[in-house]
Design a protein around this ligand. Sequence first.
Ligand SMILES: [Zn+2]
Ligand SMILES: [Zn+2]
Length: 339
Amino acid sequence: MTKPDLKFESLHSHTTLSDGVMKHGEVLAAAEALGVGVIGFADHDALPDQEALAAVRAYAGPVQWTLGVELSSYVPASVGGPERGAVHILGLFVDIQNRALVEFCAAAEASRLDRMKAYVKHLQSLGFVISEADVLAVAPSKNIASPHMVKALALHTDNKVVMARIEREFREAAAHDDVLATKLAQTLADGPNQWPYTLFMGSRSFRPAPVVKSSALLPYEDSVKLIRAAGGLAVAAHWYLEPDKMTEADLEAVIKAGGLDGIEIEVENVINDRDLTDGAIASRKLVDRYGLIPTWGSDSHTRADLEAFVKSHVAQDSIGQTARLLERHDVSLRWSHLH
Ligand SMILES: [Zn+2]
Ligand SMILES: [Zn+2]
C-alpha cells in the first residue's frame, strides 16, 4: 500500500487527557495512516502531562505536532456573560508549563468533578442506573466530560429501557411543538450519537440537565489574556457552530477590542457534518478584515473523526495553514515539533 501524502493539518485534536478516546501516540499514528501531516493537540482545560510528553517525543514518524489547549470560557460580559453559557478558545503555542495556565487547568478539573456529581444525580432522577464510581471507571483521566457519563450509562443494560422511554416521550412532545420538531429532525440527521445530548445531557435538552456554573471559568477577555500571557495565540474555536451564544456582531466587537488572534473557520468530524457554510463565510470575512489567523481542524475525538476530516473540504482548506501562521507570528516552538 502506498503511503498517503501528509498534506492535511488539524490544529485542533483531542486525546484521553479530555474527552478523546486516543492517546497522543495513537493520534499521531492515525494521522500518519490517514494523511494528516500536522496535529495540534488541544484538550479541554487540560495540558499534556509527563506521559503525553514522553509519547510525542518518542514518536519518530513524519507527522509534525504542536501542543496547545482548548479553554472553556464564559462569553464576554458585554454579550451576556455566564448566563449565556460557555464557549471554547484554542490556545495555540502556549507554554504548557506556564504557572497560571497550569493552575487554571487544575481548578477546571476539580470543577468538572463537581459537575459530574450533579449530572449523576440528574440521571438518577430520570431513572437511570449510574453512580459516580461508574463514571470514574470509564473516564481515562480526571478530566471528566459528558461523553464519559454517556459511556457509563452503557454499563447497565437496564438503561436502554430508560433511554427508549425518554426518546418516546420526546417524539410525542415533538409532534405538537415546532421547536422540538426542529430539534428532532436535527438529531436524526446527526445520527445516534447525539441522542443523549438532545434528550438529557445538556441545559437545553428535552429533560434539561442542571446548569452547573464552573468556579474555574473566566470571562472571555481573561481567558484570552491567560493564553497570551502563556505566549500563545488565542483563536475562537468553532465559533460558527454556536452563533446563538455569540453573534457575528458580538464576535466582531471582541475582535475590535483586540481580544482575539484568530478564528477557527471550520472543523470537520463525525458529528459536525451539517452544512453551516454561512458561518464559515462570516468567519473568513472577519479574519480578512481584521488580519487575523484563520485555522482549520478536525476537532477529532476518535479515529473516525480524523477519517471524516481527511475526506472533507475542510482538510483541503487546512493545507499550508501552519507554515503561513509561522511566517506571520513569532511564537515559541519549544512545545512543538514542526519543520
Ligand atoms: Zn470545542
Ligand atoms: Zn475541541
